[in-house]
Design a protein around this ligand. Structure first.
Ligand SMILES: Cc1cc2nc3c(=O)[nH]c(=O)nc-3n(C[C@H](O)[C@H](O)[C@H](O)COP(=O)(O)O)c2cc1C
Length: 446
């Protein structure tokens, strides 16, 4: 049974309310940080914990915090990235729905460490009902003295606001988020300068994911070493995984990093195996932006070792035979799923969500969608398959922000691992359009 650092109290009735949360030991981390620790020692604990950003990139949180510029007389901002628009990723939603006070507590302790007086939770517009949950919890935190002026009688004052976006995936990219928060169109900024130096209203700004900020609570309570003792190698602590697709038990699971992928998919504690007794075909392990892996490569690395749920193990083999942990959106496909249709579906998303600033992304995502559409709809040509690879290469690395890479990697990896399926779509244009890909292929084989 995995230890639960974040979701331990998630099932307790009434846990969204201050009263119940406090009764479960809530806000202990703020008391400890403000009364027993200096901002520097909170930062040290986060460094010791080895926590890596849970928003997708996995950058060490303590190191990122230490980059925050601290010029005299200029405000610093803490931003919580609750945009969560990556297909397959729905873990922050659970944290905010069930444990709004955990996020508030994590943000207070983080703001104390960083010397921020003001913070914003930037939340995707579609999470309307969660905005209300957060606002209610923030009002309770103010009423009970955890937010506002001179918290717990110390010199530390802190204000927290919730700002809903208007429903654009690009606004999850940290500089686009900042633009949006400033009231502008959410176009990513060129870096440098990095937000830690010049972010919101040109002030030093720290952007962290919801889960990263929540993880600060157990780190302060139990110490960085206790957190780093969980997990494997540089993948420390627990991680929320949102599992979906053709599995028996879709949902959000808190796992200890280092859990074998096979156990995650087949054990009753987690996904409970593939639905309807079907065979596992492929997995996208870290949200729609990461490379897809066929069954044999998601269960074992190319070297034959067990694949683990960790940053390093999922990346083992690079993009030839590996993928990424990303945001933890774990999408499972059974034998009946069509990889071409699925890849086209992702491409439609990225084309729609490209902000259009960079030509390779604006034009390239459109071409990917167009070529995949004709392959899926029976008008594809054999050389379209290499065309997809070529377009992907021309997008990758040639854009201001990683949305271009995110659009290119799923396509390039789908062709790499499932080329025969793309070819089959050209050879069997009528059959390939059937919804049940497994049955359609069987029909030809018979
Ligand atoms: C197109 C795009 C969308 C993103 N969406 C999110 C998101 O919804 N939530 C998130 O935390 N990070 C998202 N990120 C990553 C953020 O830019 C940033 O790395 C992250 O919020 C940093 O927090 P962390 O260090 O705690 O992970 C996105 C990045 C890109 C390129």
């Amino acid at each position: 049974m995995s230890r639960k650092l974040l979701l331990e109290h998630a099932e307790i009735p009434g846990i969204t309310t201050y009263e119940v949360y406090r009764r479960q030991g809530g806000y202990r981390a703020v008391e400890k940080a403000l009364k027993e620790m200096t901002p520097e020692s909170v930062l040290d604990e986060v460094k010791i914990s080895g926590l890596r950003g849970r928003g997708g990139a996995g950058f060490p949180t303590g190191m990122k915090w230490s980059f925050l510029a601290k010029p005299e007389g200029i405000p610093r901002y803490l931003l919580c990235n609750a945009d969560e628009s990556e297909p397959g990723t729905f873990k922050d939603r659970l944290l905010m729905e069930r444990l709004p006070h955990l996020l508030i507590e994590g943000m207070i302790a983080s703001a104390y460490a960083l010397g921020c007086r003001t913070a914003y939770i930037y939340i995707r517009g579609e999470y309307k009902w969660i905005v209300k949950t957060l606002e209610r919890a923030i009002a309770e935190a103010y009423a009970n003295g955890w937010l506002g002026e001179r918290i717990l009688g110390t010199d530390f004052s802190f204000d927290l606001h919730v700002t809903p976006g208007a429903g654009a995936y690009i606004c999850g990219e940290e500089t686009a988020l900042i633009e949006s928060l400033e009231g502008k169109r959410g176009n990513p900024r060129l870096k440098p300068p990095f937000p830690a130096v010049s972010g919101l209203w040109n002030s030093p700004t720290l952007v962290n994911n919801v889960e990263s900020l929540c993880a600060v609570v157990p780190i302060v309570n139990e110490g960085g070493e206790a957190f780093s003792a969980i997990g494997i190698g540089r993948s420390t602590g627990t991680k929320l995984i949102s599992a979906c697709g053709n599995i028996n038990k879709p949902g959000v699971y808190e796992i200890e990093l280092g859990l074998p992928v096979e156990e995650f998919i087949y054990s009753d504690e987690y996904c409970g195996g593939i639905k309807n007794g079907k065979q596992l075909k492929a997995v996208v392990p870290g949200g729609s932006s990461v490379p897809i892996l066929p069954a044999h490569l998601i269960l074992k690395t190319a070297a034959g070792e067990d694949r683990l749920m960790s940053y390093e193990s999922l990346a083992e083999g690079g993009f030839v035979s590996g993928s990424m942990l990303g945001s933890g959106g774990f999408i499972v496909y059974d034998e009946d799923q069509c990889i071409v249709r699925n890849t086209w579906n992702f491409s439609r998303f990225y084309h729609h969500e490209s902000c259009g600033q960079c030509s390779p992304c604006r034009e390239g995502t459109g071409w990917l969608e167009k070529v995949l559409h004709r392959l899926e709809h029976g008008h594809g040509r054999m050389h379209d398959i290499d065309l997809l690879v070529d377009i992907s290469k021309k997008i990758e690395g040639n854009t201001i922000c990683p949305l271009g890479d995110a659009a290119a990697w799923p396509v390039a990896s789908a062709v790499r691992h499932f080329r025969d399926e793309f070819e089959w779509h050209v050879r069997e244009p009528q059959l390939s359009q059937q919804r049940n890909f497994g049955l359609a292929r069987e029909a030809v084989a018979v």
